[in-house]
Design a protein around this ligand. Structure first.
Ligand code: NAD
Length: 474
């Protein structure tokens, strides 16, 4: 087996693409164009740090495809950021958006810094300078390229970006749509923060409700009582754990962070663990749980569902053989290498691929962008109307039948949608449809080796259809 630990990430995305291409009927030249990264902007800029010294910051923005615009993709702050990684993540965004029917091309950004080594003020200066560089090169804008949070960034950084953008482009009516994942008070949408984790949950729930998938693996249908291991207690890992526990009735038996992992066969509560880490600085020594060191050993625990939600390449040719989970839900981007995929195929482990499973973030980002362009909160126009109408129908039914519904039922039936209800419902619909489309493609062509390849086939077909309809300029 090859050494895939230092695998070129972009090459590994291309490898997955090439594995899927033979299951499509598109021209080789068109496939080359779909694979290529259309634009890579590598920048360096100086930032004066708190102690007065000047640091030269290396950063990137990649636009993989403009078959639909704007381009869309998160911005990552990490010491490991490099051009290859940003290109790979941008390519994944193109395929991801296609699978979940979000009309964007793929993009991605990265700043090569360790955010933990900078003060909030330094991070703000870095983020604002990065945004201004993007503005100068026309690499950001509601109709051009719309960043979002990713590893190491969150709504705070997105607020700095929108503020910088709108300051540099005063009066641009749709300016708020230049970035998503913003705080709700600054044009964000309710439900964005938990979107990726909730999407992972909806996707895996749909897979677990498919009798042919579950019986083949000797597993019961549904999520109730299933054991789950989560790697990463960041945004995606935390919310995945929360929804598997709360909505799925699963037992999250282990959670791993970079300092180690904790295990409790009766299940962990992610919020209590999060608070414990906040107070003590580590997830280790959590009351009632056993420590696991090194952290990566948690990936090899016996469980039904493994959710890697930290970084890429964590399951590779070195440890894939030791994975005991029966379903892997790729919440992070690129956590399993192509070599690991081959091991899973041999062992009958179902790996539900990142490229659509973690699309909850971009799906809700799309809803946020639409909200910004329409300048009105979801639910504002219809909530009261729906409640009044439902109240009227209920009243008529009670009069006609002479019976009264319980208060609990009344509240449920009367309820008009809030923004968060509509966002969650749109996300559920998106993830269920995407899961079924990918599974359908796999079932129609059983020689496709795995679900990732089936997902790529679905994505290639959609992007190629777009290119074919558009033609090639000039
Ligand atoms: P985050 O920074 O909020 O959380 C990542 C967590 O992983 C951190 O707590 C970090 O300490 C931990 N971690 C790092 N290395 C680890 C290791 N070796 N073992 C265990 N834990 C480790 O980032 P996030 O937004 O949750 O993103 C996580 C992954 O999900 C990334 O791959 C990202 O690209 C992907 N993703 C994020 C979103 C989103 O909406 N945030 C959307 C799609 C995909």
């Amino acid at each position: 087996m090859s050494n895939d630990l230092h695998y070129n990430f972009f090459q590994s995305v291309e490898k997955s693409f090439d594995k899927a291409a033979p299951y499509t009927e598109w021209d080789a030249g068109l496939l080359e164009q779909i694979k290529a990264c259309n634009a890579v902007y590598r920048m360096r800029f100086p930032v004066k740090m708190d102690d007065g010294h000047i640091e030269v910051i290396e950063a990137y923005r990649v636009q993989h495809s403009q078959h639909k615009t704007p381009c869309k993709g998160g911005i990552r702050f990490a010491a490991e950021v490099n051009q290859d990684e940003v290109m790979a993540l941008a390519a994944l965004m193109t395929y991801k958006c296609a699978i979940v029917n979000v009309p964007f091309g793929g993009g991605k950004g990265g700043i090569k810094i360790d955010p933990r080594k900078h003060s909030a003020y330094e991070l703000e200066k870095i983020t604002r300078r990065y945004t201004s560089e993007l503005v100068k090169k026309n690499f950001i804008g509601p109709g051009i390229d719309v960043p979002a949070p990713d590893y190491g960034t969150g709504e705070r950084e997105m607020a700095w970006i929108v503020d910088t953008y709108t300051s540099l482009k005063p009066g641009e009516i749709d300016g708020l749509g230049c970035v998503t994942g913003k705080p709700i008070t600054q044009g964000g949408v309710r439900g964005r923060k938990e979107a990726t984790g909730l999407g992972v949950f909806f996707g895996i729930q749909e897979v677990c409700n498919m009798p042919e998938i579950m019986t083949k693996r000797g597993m019961s249908i549904g999520l109730e009582g299933k054991t789950v291991v989560v790697q990463g207690l960041g945004n995606v890992g935390y919310h995945s754990a929360k929804f598997f526990r709360e909505r799925g009735g699963c037992k999250v038996i282990a959670i791993a962070e970079y300092e180690g992992a904790v295990y409790n066969e009766n299940g962990l509560n992610e919020e209590e663990l999060f608070q414990h880490r906040k107070t003590t600085g580590s997830i280790l020594n959590f009351p009632g749980a056993t420590n696991i060191i090194p952290s990566s050993a948690a990936l090899e625990l016996e469980c039904d569902i493994l959710i890697p939600a930290a970084l890429e390449n964590v399951i590779n040719s070195y440890n894939a053989d030791r994975i005991k989970a029966r379903i892997i839900g790729e919440a992070a981007n690129g956590p399993c290498t192509p070599e690991a995929d081959e091991v899973f195929a041999e062992k009958g482990i179902l790996c539900v691929p990142d490229m659509y499973l973690n699309a909850g973030g971009v799906t809700v980002s799309y809803f946020e962008w639409l909200k910004n362009l329409s300048h009105v909160r979801y639910g504002r126009m219809e909530k009261r109307f729906t409640e009044n109408l439902n109240g009227h129908i209920l009243g008529q039914m009670e009069t006609l039948t002479g019976k009264q519904v319980s208060n609990e039922e009344r509240n449920f039936i009367m309820h008009g949608p809030e923004e968060v209800d509509l966002v969650h419902s749109g996300l559920e619909e998106t993830m269920i449809t995407a899961t079924r489309e990918v599974m359908d493609c796999w079932h129609k062509n059983p020689s496709i080796p795995d679900m990732r390849t089936a997902a790529y086939v679905v994505a290639i077909n959609k992007v190629a259809t777009s290119y074919t309809a558009l033609g090639i300029f000039p």
